[in-house]
Structures are given as C-alpha cells and as structure tokens.
Design a binder for this molecule. Structure first.
Ligand code: ADP
Ligand code: ZN
Length: 730
C-alpha cells in the first residue's frame, strides 16, 4: 500500500453495513482500491455494501479470505468523514455498522449511472412561432447551453411538455441522452444580496470572518423572529461559496423547505440540493453522489443530511436550533445540533446556530465562551415584537366545556372587524384528549399502551397518540355498557374549532394540525392560503410556531399557557418558554403591530412572568442556576436507559440487576436511578422500564456505560436502548 492505495491482493479491512462488531478482512480487487472506497463484498451467500476502513488485520487464514467483488463508482469516503462516523458512534454508543447505514441512505449507490433525456437549443427554425414556443426558446436562451429535463423546461417556461416536444420535431430543440446523476447548477454568491441594516451587517461580518479563517468555530445567532437571522446567515453561505467550500442548512420541518428554496434561489440565482424524506429516490442518489464529488455546493435538509459525504464542508447552519425535532428519537439516538458541532470541528468548518429562543445548552455554551454569540435585537423594518399580556382565567366567567374567555373573544372580534387575522394556539391534536363514561367513570384507554385514546371527530375515530392505533368511536361504554354516556373531557384543536365557529359563525376558520392534512402539499397550500389572507381565524398546534410568515396576523391567543408547565420533564419550563415566545412571535410580522395574550391560571408562575416581561436573559439565568444546582444538563451529564419487553417481569428483573451491578458507573462517580416504570409504561404491547444515569460533566460517561451494559445478556425479546443526553422522558 502507498498513499492510501491498496494494490490488488493486499489485505484490506472492510466495515460493512451489516450488524457485525468488527471490520472484516478481504483482498483488494483487480485494479486495487483506495482507503475509504465504497465496495461490494461477499458475506456468506450475500453481497453487501462496505467501506475500506484500513489495512486488514491479517489474523485469519489467508487462504480463506475472499476478494472484494467490485469498487463502486462513487467518491471514496474522506478521512474526516470516517473520523466523524467513528466519533459519533462512540458518543451515541451506536455500533459502527448502524452509523454507516445512516451515511449510505441513498438507493442504488452501486448502480451504473442511468441515462435520461435532456433538452438544449437546436439549429432549425420552427415552421411557425407561438407565444408558448417563444417562452421555451426564451428560457433556453437565458440559460444558454444548460440542459434541462422536459419537466424543468416546461415548468420554467410555464408551458406544457407537448410544446417542447413539438419544437423537438422541428429540430428547434435538441433531445439528448445524458447521465442522470448530474452536477447541480452553480450558485452565485453575489446574485441578489439585500442591503443589510447596521446591526445585521455587523453580525454578517463576524460570520464572514469565521468562514475566512478556514477553522472550526460555532456561533449562536440569536434574534427575535423577523430580525433578519436568515438574511445574515445567507451571507455566511455566500462567503462559503466564495471560499469554494460546501454549506449545509438544516431546517426543523420539511414543510418549511419549499419557501426556503425559493429564498435561496432569489439570493444565489439557483436552487440548492434538497435532502429529506420527501425527496424522490433518484434525487436523493444524485444529491448523495454530487455532494461526494464536490459538485453540489449547498444542501438544504433535515437532520440526516449531516451524514452526507460532503467533500469540503465549510458551514453548517442549524436553523431554529432549539427545535426538538433535531433529536432523532428512534434507531440511532443523536442530536443533530451536537453532531453538527462535532462534524464541523473535524472539517475545519463553522457552525451557525440560529434561534429566537436558544436551547439552554447553547445559551450556556455561549456564556462559557465556547460559542461566539451574536444578537439581533430589532425586527427588520416597521415590525415590532408584539405586546404580551396574561388573561387571568381565575377572573374570567367561562362555562364548563368552553375555552375561549370573554376577554379573548373581544380581542378576536376587534381583529375580524379590521380585516386582520387572529391565531388561537392549542398544542393538542384531535377533539378531546380524554373520553370518559358518565355512568361508571371509565376512561377509554389504548389496549397496547398506557395512554388514553384521543377522540378525532374529523376521522370519527379514537386514536392512540403513542402507537397510532385507531378504532371507531363506540356508542356504549366498553366497561359498563351504558349507552350514550360517553363524554369528551378537555379541549383539542377540533373542539376549539367547534367553539370558534359557534362564536363567529361568519368568520373563515382554518385548523392547522398535522393530522388534518393528507400530504405535505395540502398543508403547504393551506399555509399559503392563510398567508394570502384566506382566513380570519387560524386554530393551530405547534405546527404554526415554526417559521411561517403570516403578514395579516396581529393577534395570538394562547388557549392554555399552563399546558406545558405540568410535565415532570427537566426541560418543561424551557420548552414552554420557547414555544410560547415562538408562537407570540407570529403576530405582527408586517407593518401592523401584534398582540399576544396568554390564558393562564397561574399568572405568577416564573415562566409565565418571564415570557410576559420579555426579559429573556433573566429567564435563562434563573433556569441555568436551577439546573446547575441540580447537577443536570447542561451542567451535568445524563443518559437514559429504556428496557422493553412484552413480559413485564423480565424488564423489571433486568432493570433491578442493572441497578445492582453498577460498579463501572460508580467508578466514575455516576449514579443510577431506577428502575422505574417509564412515564408511558407500555407502548405497542411492550412494557417499558427506565433507568437514569447522572454523572459529572467531565466524567467519561460513554465508556463507563458501555462497560456497564456489556455485563448483561438480553434474553428473549428484551431490548435495551441507551439515550445519551435524553431530550424527552416518555
Ligand atoms: P428571521 O430569520 O430572523 O426570522 P428573516 O431573515 O426571515 O428573519 O427576515 C424577516 C423578513 O425581513 C424577511 O422577509 C426578510 O427578507 C426581510 N428582511 C430582513 N432584513 C432585511 C434587509 N436588510 N433588507 C430587506 N429585507 C430584509
Ligand atoms: Zn397505543
């Protein structure tokens, strides 16, 4: 081997995507292969995907070692990517093969590039000119020389595909075969920048300097919604493009991507690549390959985009960095925000964490000087942060089964009269969270989970929000069989809609809740409709908190501001603070000032007071002090262990055994709590038991956890999941 190249017959170690706990030895194939090459290797009777991870170990009978079948026609995995996957695996206690699967989530990586038809200008003049034909030729002229697919060309020209086909017959447009996985169009960093305000320019200059340094650094970019955070970090993207490096922008919600792509196109002249579950398989493969070849400059995507094989990643933006969707909650349990920082530190890249309400982790890292911090305090243009006030529900005269207080009603009336929009926020899907029998008191629960069934009147069914199980709404009580005595308890958005329609029969009411839309497209259309003024009253779950821009919205009414404060979750206060600030930030994005009203039974609660007072630093300081005193994240380290099995006794026995044999943890001064039934003690028929491990910030927690967990055999259908830095405690 020389310079990372293995000659034919050399022993190579291959990491495969199969659940094996070691790298396997193979012989390099004919023509040799690079360190990092993606290869197909024989494993028993199968062919599997792997990566050449280094030299072979040579501890196996050489005559039995098989050859690599072939080297795939994709760029080899770069050393920093291998390093990243190994460290991410160590951090999250994930086996390497599972990590490698995350990094190869594109179909047909090994396939020869297939062909598709593309269209370019031809030589012949058409027999006659029409406006439609003129449009097609106009697009081809404007983008001189670029090849388009039929769909792209027709869409850009605003004509049907048959117009293009007609021109092909005339020889005016040429149809050619081209490989499918083509480079993405170049983005122009100087295409359409806005003139920044002084404060924005200062922040942009700091980010540009970070990019220019060519070194790792993380910056918390904090600014109220509408202050121009996006404009500012797009300047960092521009600087990255100028430096010839790649940029990744992570968004918390697929529904936001479309709007964002348009914005990138306006700023840089072309659309970037997209990576999320809604992207077609061919487009995914193209993105994966081009990113690896450096033929894709900017990717906009969901958290899994972090595992794309970027050749030279200079910038990662994590927009709405506090958003809980960045934590992957099944399979490999990782937090994309933390992994972004890890990856950038290995590639010499910059990270920008943008948020109006940062996570306490990021806030504390900035306080400690580990992250730089930039603040944008004013909204751009005329828009100002809404006024906020509490509605003290103890003083409101409201009949049972109703949730819109007279005070809130008056405010909504005023908005409707002025042709403005009001948003009623309630973070509860469905009609009613609980259905109770008035005869015997029975609450209808899920058969497979420890959860109540939520009534969804829209679907005419009861649904378990844990496992998704649904069943028709019964007319008799499943327990005492009394007829017609089942009654809804508590509000969901559907029930709130009913109340709103009764209060404002002439108003246009729209409900925005993820389960009411069959597709991302339908949801997007509803959002666009609202933005253009097709609604007077919007009723929404937390879906509305995420970055949509509704210019006519001037009132936000939070139906139950106390809802998030009741959980036992360590982050309950932080989450409530973030969510309510974000929702309140929806009001008054344009010229008309906004108002946010919080219905609460506890106006003196410190979180409610902090939200109303707008004194964010005071909130974070107080919250940080409490966490520090308790030794919990971000001032201490935690890991959650969830054991599950169809057998209740088996999980408890294992939990107790683990708690008793905790020597590896005690050695690093860590404590084990539990076993205790998880807050949701049964999901999909599996009983769940939790243990919680707490350690000092500096303790080598992962190593100790691995040693500890290795002592126990998982018999039968027992499963163990270890969650480092758990975000939710269900
Ligand atoms: P944030 O990301 O903080 O919510 P945005 O960057 O989306 O803020 O800015 C809010 C709105 O104000 C956007 O429509 C944006 O285009 C506009 N805007 C912000 N700064 C400027 C500027 N300097 N010039 C023109 N428009 C701006
Ligand atoms: Zn269930």
């Amino acid at each position: 081997m020389s310079d990372g190249f293995f000659d034919e017959g050399d022993l190579v170690g291959v990491m495969t995507t199969q659940p094996l706990d070691r790298v396997l030895d193979y012989k390099a194939p004919e023509g040799g292969c690079w360190h990092g090459a993606f290869v197909e290797v024989p494993l028993g009777p199968r062919k599997v995907l792997g990566v050449v991870w280094g030299k072979g170990r040579g501890d196996f009978d050489r005559s039995k070692i098989r050859s690599v079948i072939r080297v795939l026609d994709v760029a080899p995995m770069a050393p920093d990517m291998r390093d990243f996957l190994e460290r991410a695996a160590t951090y999250t206690l994930t086996p390497m093969p599972a990590m490698l699967r995350l990094a190869t989530r594109a179909p047909g990586l090994g396939d020869a590039p297939s062909m598709r038809k593309v269209y370019r200008p031809g030589d012949a003049a058409p027999d006659r000119m029409t406006t439609a034909r003129e449009k097609v030729l106009g697009v081809l002229r404007d983008y001189g020389g670029l090849a388009f697919t039929l769909g792209e060309l027709a869409e850009m020209a605003g004509v049907s595909g048959s117009v293009v086909k007609g021109l092909v017959k005339q020889g005016t447009v040429r149809e050619e075969d081209a490989p499918r996985d083509t480079p993405y169009p170049r983005l122009d960093p100087d295409h359409g920048g806005k003139t920044l305000t002084e404060a924005q320019e200062r922040a942009a200059a700091a980010l540009r300097a970070g990019i220019a340094s060519g070194r790792y650094g993380t910056t918390l970019l904090k600014g109220v919604t509408g202050s121009g955070k996006t404009e500012v970090y797009l300047e960092a993207v521009a600087e990255t493009l100028r430096a010839g490096r790649q940029a990744l922008v992570l968004l918390p919600e697929i529904a936001l991507t479309e709007q964002f792509l348009t914005r990138i196109e306006a700023r840089f002249g072309m659309k970037p690549a997209e990576w999320h579950s809604g992207v077609t398989m061919t487009e995914r493969r193209r993105c994966w390959k081009m990113v690896g070849q450096g033929a894709c400059q900017v990717v906009v995507g969901a958290r899994s985009a972090l595992f794309l094989p970027f050749r030279d990643l200079g910038l990662i933006v994590v927009d709405e960095e506090h958003d809980t969707s960045y934590k992957q909650e099944d399979g490999v349990l990782y937090n994309a925000r933390d992994m972004a920082v890890l990856r950038a530190s290995l590639t010499g890249g910059q990270v920008v964490l943008a948020s109006a309400t940062p996570s306490l982790e990021s806030w504390a890292n900035a306080e400690a000087g580990k992250y730089a911090r930039l603040d944008l305090t004013d909204r751009f243009g005329a828009a100002v942060m809404p006024d906020m006030a509490a509605i003290d529900m103890r003083l409101e005269d409201l009949p049972g089964g109703k949730w819109i207080s007279p005070s809130l009603k008056r405010e909504v009336d005023a908005r409707i009269a002025r042709g403005e929009q009001a948003l009623l926020f309630l973070n509860r899907r469905g009609y009613a969270p609980v259905t109770i029998c008035r005869a015997c008191g029975h609450q209808i629960g899920c058969d497979h989970c420890d959860a109540t069934m939520v009534e969804h009147r829209f679907l005419k069914r009861l649904m378990c929000h844990q496992c998704g199980e649904t069943r028709p709404m019964p007319s008799v009580c499943p327990s005492c069989e009394a007829e017609d005595r089942l009654a809804p308890v508590g509000p969901g958005v559907e029930r709130l809609e009913e109340e709103a329609r009764a209060l404002w029969p002439d108003a246009r009411v729209v409900v925005l809740s993820s389960d009411l839309f069959g597709s991302a497209r339908a949801l997007k259309e509803a959002i666009e409709g609202i933005a253009s003024g097709d609604a007077d009253i919007i009723i929404g779950t937390q879906l509305v908190a995420k970055g949509h821009n509704f210019p006519k919205l001037t009132l936000v009414g939070v139906i139950d501001a106390d809802l998030g404060l009741q959980g036992s979750d360590l982050r309950a206060a932080e989450r409530t603070f973030q969510l309510l600030r974000q929702v309140a930030g929806r009001a008054g994005r344009a010229e008309v000032p906004g108002v946010a009203l919080l219905q609460t039974f506890q106006p003196e609660h410190p979180v409610i007071r902090a939200i109303l007072g707008g004194d964010e630093e005071a909130f974070w300081t107080a919250e940080a002090a409490e966490r520090e005193a308790a030794g919990v994240p971000p001032y201490g380290r935690m890991a959650g262990i969830i054991l599950s099995s169809p057998e209740a006794q088996a999980v408890f026995d294992l939990g107790a055994e683990m708690a008793r044999n905790d020597a590896p943890l005690r050695r690093i001064g860590a404590q084990v709590f539990g076993p205790a039934p998880a807050p949701i003690a049964r999901i999909r028929g599996r009983h769940r038991v939790r243990l919680l491990v707490k350690a000092d910030k500096a303790a080598p927690l992962q190593q100790a956890l691995a040693q500890w967990a290795d002592q126990f055999r998982l018999k039968g259908d027992l499963r163990m999941a270890i969650d480092i830095d758990p975000q939710s405690f269900y």
